[in-house]
Design a protein around this ligand. Structure first.
Ligand SMILES: CC(C)(COP(=O)(O)OP(=O)(O)OC[C@H]1O[C@@H](n2cnc3c(N)ncnc32)[C@H](O)[C@@H]1OP(=O)(O)O)[C@@H](O)C(=O)NCCC(=O)NCCS
Length: 194
């Protein structure tokens, strides 16, 4: 998929699937993130080998990665990770990071929307997002995107500096989300395209 979208400040970016030749662009994106945004990410994506491994993993049909591109620069990175077959095959996990200069311009919402549509096309019913405890602001953003906190695993994961942190699991039921489509986070274009 490829979609040109307009941000709240009028800038246009292209949302597309990540490609095998995106390693340098992806590494540059993660290296430019401020420390507070990198600290709580699941993996140390400021290391080239981790970025290469993420891109290689796309060969599996269980992971879809989207990027938003401005010019030749990646400005947002999103992933939909489908659970393995079996009792959790209707489930997926979402991850999303937007470059600081592009935050608060609606790009996170637009990327989330594309990931939800992808999830729906793959018959996913529930999506979770995992957020570290100190990221209260991010939890509020995901509430606006249709998620609610479901569980807290205390001192469960380690941040990039090795400090143990709570892990907050937030959950979004796609069927319930479709029913709340007039909610502020979801625009009418989504209703037409889903
Ligand atoms: C979470 C994240 C992806 C949101 O991206 P974004 O492009 O800024 O999101 P949007 O502009 O679509 O904002 C959606 C709504 O969330 C809220 N919001 C966004 N940033 C906010 C902030 N810093 N403080 C308070 N509310 C905020 C707003 O209500 C906003 O809607 P509004 O601007 O119409 O009021 C971005 O903040 C980010 O990359 N954070 C660091 C990475 C991370 O922790 N990801 C989560 C783990 S997977």
């Amino acid at each position: 998929m490829k979609k040109k979208v307009k941000l709240k400040d009028g800038r246009e970016v292209l949302i597309r699937e990540m490609r095998q030749d995106d390693t340098d662009r992806s590494l540059a994106f993660f290296l430019a993130l401020p420390r507070e945004d990198v600290t709580y990410l699941r993996r140390d994506v400021t290391r080239r080998e981790v970025v290469e491994q993420r891109i290689r993993a796309m060969a599996s049909d269980r992971i879809v990665r989207l990027v938003a591109v401005a010019g030749d620069e990646i400005v947002a990175d999103g992933a939909l990770e489908l659970e393995a077959q079996g009792w959790s095959e209707h489930l997926a996990e979402i991850r999303l990071v937007v470059a600081r200069p592009y935050q608060r311009k609606g790009l996170g919402t637009l990327m989330a929307r594309e990931l939800y549509l992808l999830a729906a096309s793959k018959k996913v019913e529930e999506i979770i997002v995992k957020i570290m405890g100190p990221q209260e602001g991010v939890q509020n953003i995901f509430k606006r995107l249709g998620f609610h906190p479901e569980a807290v695993l205390h001192h469960y994961v380690k941040d990039i500096s090795g400090t143990k942190q709570d892990l907050v699991v937030m959950r979004c039921n796609l069927e319930e989300l479709w029913q709340k489509l007039d909610d502020h986070a979801i625009d009418s274009d989504w209703q037409r395209t889903r």
